[in-house]
Design a protein around this ligand. Sequence first.
Ligand SMILES: [Cu+2]
Length: 512
Amino acid sequence: MSIFSRDRRSIRAIERAQERAQRRRQEEERRRAAAERKRQADARRRAEAERRRVERQRARSKPSASAKPGASAKPSATAKPSASAKPSASAKPSASSSASASASASATASATATATASASASASASPSATAEPTEQPVPAPVPEPTLHHRFQSQVDFSSEQLEVENPVTEFPQVPAFAVDFEFHSRDLVLDDGAEFEMWSFEDEQYERGFPGPTLRVQEGKVFHATVHPSKGPHTIHWHGMEPDPRNDGVGHTSFEVDGQYTYQMQPEAGRPGDPNYGAAGTYFYHCHVNTPLHVQMGMFGPLVIDPVVHPDYPVTPGARRAFVDGPEYDIDTEALFAPYCVDPRWHEMNHADGLSGEDAGLNRFEPRHFYLLGGELARRPAGRERVWSLSVLRANVAGGARKPTLLRTVNANYLPNIVTFTDAAGVEVPMAELISHDGRPFRDTSVPGAPALSCRDSGYPLTTSRLAYGAAERYDMLLHPPAPGRYFLRVDWEDWITGAVVGTRIIPIDAT
Ligand SMILES: [Cu+2]
C-alpha cells in the first residue's frame, strides 16, 4: 500500500468523522423539533379534551339549575362552579402541560363541587312539599376517557408513538435467564472489507459486535431481557414469539423505550404429537422503531428456543432435539446463517428519517453488498467489534455414528433468497431435510384426532436441494450429505420485483 493511499485513507477517515458529527447534530435538531411538535400536539389534544369535558359538564348542570328556582339559596352554589369553569376552560388551549394539569385539576374540583352542591340541593328540596317532586338525582360525573386518539395520517401514526422513559415490567417474575443489552453505533468492517456505520445491541460477551448477541432460552423458563437505548428510542421485538403487548416490543401497541425496560416472557412448553403447543425453534429479535431503517442498520440478533425434554423423548449425550418430539441433532456442528445485504445509502441516514413524512428514500432498497452472517452456534467468537460471518460449514455424513447436523437460517434481508445445495460440480444435492418453519415444526396432521407426528416420524421427510424464503422467515433443516467430501451452499439474492439475481454468495460444506 502506497503512502499516497494511506494519506487518502486518513483524509477520508477525518472526513467521515466530520460527516458523522454533522449527521449527529442534524439528528439532534430533528429530534428536538419532533419532540416540540409532539408536545404541541399533546397540548392541543389535552385542551380539546378539556373543552369537551367542560361543555358536557355545563350541559349536565343545566337541568339541575332549572330545578332550583323553587329551592333555597343553593342554586347559586351550583351556578357558581360552572361559571368558574368557564374561564379556566378558555384559559386552557394556549396553556402548557403544567398549566393544563392544574386546569384539569380545577375542572375536576369544580365538577365535584357541582355534584355535591346539586346533591345537597335535591336533598334539601325533597322535604319541602312545594319543590318539584319529580326531580331526578344528578349522577356523579363519569371520568373522561383519555388516551383515545385518532391518527390523522400514516405519518402521524408512525411519528407519534408513545415514548416512555422507564416503563415498568408488569407482573415481574424471577427469571431463569436474564440478559442486559446496551445500544451501540459504530463503523464496522464486514467480510468483503467494506465499512459501514452499524447500530446494534451489545452485551458483555459480544461487545459492539454484529449481529446482536445470540440468545438461547429453554421452553417453559421465564426470560428477561433489559434494553438500555441511547441516541433516541428503541425497542426489542421478539419476532415470531407471542408475549403480551407490553413485552412484544412493538411501539404501536405499547411504547418505545427511552431509558430502559426489561422485557419478560416465558416460551410455551411443547407436547409430543400436539401442534397446538410449543415454542422451540429459530427466531430473531430486532428493534421496532422506524423498523425498515433500524433493522437494516443492524439492530437484530438470533434467538433460539430449545425444547423441554419429555420422558418419552430422551436425548443422547452430545445431541439435542429441535423440538420436543423432533429428531435429535449433533450439538457440535449445529450452525446458523442469516443472509443480509447492505444498501450503503441507508447507512448514512438518521434515527428518525422518513418518520415526519419527508421522502428519505426508504422506499428504495438497492443493496450493493451481500453477506452470510452466522456460523457454528457453539463457537461464535466473543469480543469487541466482531462481525460474525460464515465462511465454511461442517456437516455429518448421512448414516454415520453421529447425529445429523442442524442448520438454522434467518432471512435478515428485504430481498427474497434462494438457497441451493450442490456438489463440487454444481449439481444440486437434495441433502436438506426441512423440519420446521418460523418456530413451527412440520407435522403430519392428515388424521384428525391422531397424534400429529413429525413429518420424518410419519414417513414423509421433507427433503430438498433448494429453499426459497423471504424477509424475516426462518427454517430449521437437518443436513444429510450422502458421502464424505466437499459440497456447497449457494445463496442468491433476488430483486423482489423482477426476480433477477442481484447477489450471490457460495460457501463450502465439508462433510465427514
Ligand atoms: Cu431502533
